[in-house]
Design a protein around this ligand. Structure first.
Ligand code: CDP
Length: 244
């Protein structure tokens, strides 16, 4: 937790006029699902920046195989758009939804390489800011509170023990309890990805750290909604119940 106390008094709103909740953290820390749920509770829109890095990687892979450079990726990303879907945004490629494509293991293996490309980072940042323009948003990623929205109204940094992150990710992926051997393999992959993403995975000085290792997802959502209560001049009581 920071030495500053951003929520002890109402903050001056950023010039853009709308509210931003930034949720950052390492791989599989539950950022996206938490952000989606928090957005629903607050009546905000959710923007998943990682989905854009994954979309850029998926299109580069499909168009050029594994041997793409930054110039190639930047040519291909012009084929990607962000489509509003309910209270969120989904990347589309030539008008087609990409959810299955961007979660493929090959994309997960290569995405950190693409995320190091400066031009790709600028492309993602521009898309995220554009999606957030004119509406209240919950944005998740790794550098949202430091680079994309350094003036965000609320910044949260989620962490969890790697073994627990791996267990959750596999349970979500396969819809069953994973074995210890499966968790050990996935933990190894997550730790490697964390190392590759370390440069951009930075906790902002004014971010609130939440360790979710021993929290249920509902509990972590509740904490963030409570922190955001100041936006409404009230508390979690005025937030709507989730639909899920
Ligand atoms: O697997 P997980 O949900 O944690 O990752 P993600 O949010 O889907 O992000 C996929 C990848 O995109 C990360 O491993 C990073 O390499 C990159 N990323 C980034 O560099 N900066 C962000 N703000 C978000 C994602």
């Amino acid at each position: 937790m920071s030495d500053e106390t951003p929520l002890s008094s109402p903050r001056v709103r950023a010039p853009r006029g709308s509210l931003v909740v930034a949720i950052d953290g390492p791989a599989a820390s539950g950022k996206s699902s938490t952000a989606q749920w928090v957005a629903q509770r607050l009546g905000f829109r959710h923007v998943d920046s990682g989905a854009l890095y994954r979309a850029a990687t998926a299109v580069a892979l499909a168009r050029a195989g594994e041997h793409f450079d930054e110039d190639a990726v930047l040519r291909f990303v012009g084929e990607i758009s962000l489509r509003p879907v309910q209270n969120s945004f989904a990347p589309t490629w030539k008008g087609e939804e990409m959810e299955e494509l961007i979660r493929a293991p090959e994309v997960t293996r290569l995405v950190s390489r693409v995320a190091q490309m400066r031009g790709v980072r600028e492309w993602v940042d521009a898309h995220v800011r554009e999606a957030a323009d004119g509406c209240d948003v919950v944005v998740d990623g790794r550098d949202i509170g430091t680079v994309v929205f350094p003036d965000a109204d609320l910044k949260v940094f989620l962490i969890a023990d790697p073994w627990e992150r791996a267990r959750r990710r596999l349970t979500q992926r396969h819809g069953r309890a994973p074995t210890d051997a499966e968790i050990a393999d996935e933990t190894e992959r997550l730790v490697q990805r964390d190392a590759k993403d370390a440069t951009q995975t930075v906790q902002a000085k004014d971010a609130i750290l939440i360790d979710t290792t021993y929290l249920t997802q509902a509990e972590q959502v509740e904490r963030i909604v409570s922190l955001a209560g100041i936006f409404r001049g009230g508390g979690p009581a005025d937030a709507q119940a989730p639909e899920t």
